[in-house]
Design a protein around this ligand. Sequence first.
Ligand code: SOE
Length: 389
Amino acid sequence: MQEIGVGMVGYSFMGRAHSNAYRQVPFFYPEVAIKPVMKAICGRTRDAVDAAAKQMGWEEAVYDFDQLLDRDDIGLIDINTPNNVHVAMVIKAAQAGKHIICEKPLGMNVAETEAALKAVREAGVVHMLCHNYRRIPAVWLAKDMIEAGLIGDIYHWRATYLQDWLMDPSAPLFWRCQKEIAGSGALGDLMAHSIDLALWLVGDIDHVCGSWRTFVKQRPKLESTDAGLGGAGSEQMGDVTVDDATVALAQFANGALGTFEATRFAPGHKNSNCFEINGSKGSIRFNLERLNELGYYNAEDPGEEAGFATIIANADCHPFQGLPDGGPRYWPGGHNIGYEHTFINTIYDLLEGIARGESPHPNFEDGVKIQKVLAAVEQSCESANWIQV
Ligand code: SOE
């Protein structure tokens, strides 16, 4: 079997999720065209990278990104860093001829994402943006149902992405609270996922109108600038320069109307990523906290018993769930899968894309489109006007 060496940068939450996926792909996707080999993981803090390499199964730890690029045994670069360095790394990796997967959002602004797209096109490498929620079987099934015309003409898109992990005012001013590192707050971190799903499931967005708030305006500065949310805060306070919550209205090119809400200030909502689509023939609805389920209402169902049905989308017939020769890929139907499988499915599609020389969606072209919507929402929040995307 063909192999590809992987070099990863970043080793916290997303680094762990992606590392697990590289380990699991050959087990759950025995038919994968290219087997990933976990060559080296990179980060700045030596002890932490060494520990991560050991725990997650990487052959080596390195402390300088260029060390990944100089190696002939590494063909794929996986970027899981804070947002402000994504594009510089993408450009370097593309120029070194490496295939690339990058965590969302692709860049800090539209110009940056366009530069990333130009670099991968010029280098002719395969590129993918990690919006893992597309590859939940229930979400992919929703796409198949829309394509099959089961929902009819789409009238409404309604997305809420709600979390509550930043509500404590004593939580430190880590990088996700700083515009120069994160680009934006709930907008680029959470609404970016909903925008990706909306563009894919409903279509292009023409106009947006948004509003945002920062509820906790100052937070304790971190004692060490490299520390994350769990790091120790100092006595000194610093300004939060991103949104804690953003809402937006959207007009789609096909005539549908959309609403988006993204917040880190919704108590009780840990990672509640929901959407609902209403069309001329029915509705579908999804909630990440019940990710094996897809709600479906068929408007043509007769009788008093008509109502939303719950499809348990983990049988062999469902997307990503059956082996090519039959039988379950993960577990027999009814045995739930979880968050980590979204990354396994994503990395499988990336490896197949590399084998075919095609960039699986969402790729950096989608990344530019998503960034244009993010930028328009931001402009609208600043100007209190409707903005054309
Ligand atoms: C934090 O808000 C976060 O980890 C996001 O960065 C991810 O993209 C999202 O999937 C889960 O929440």
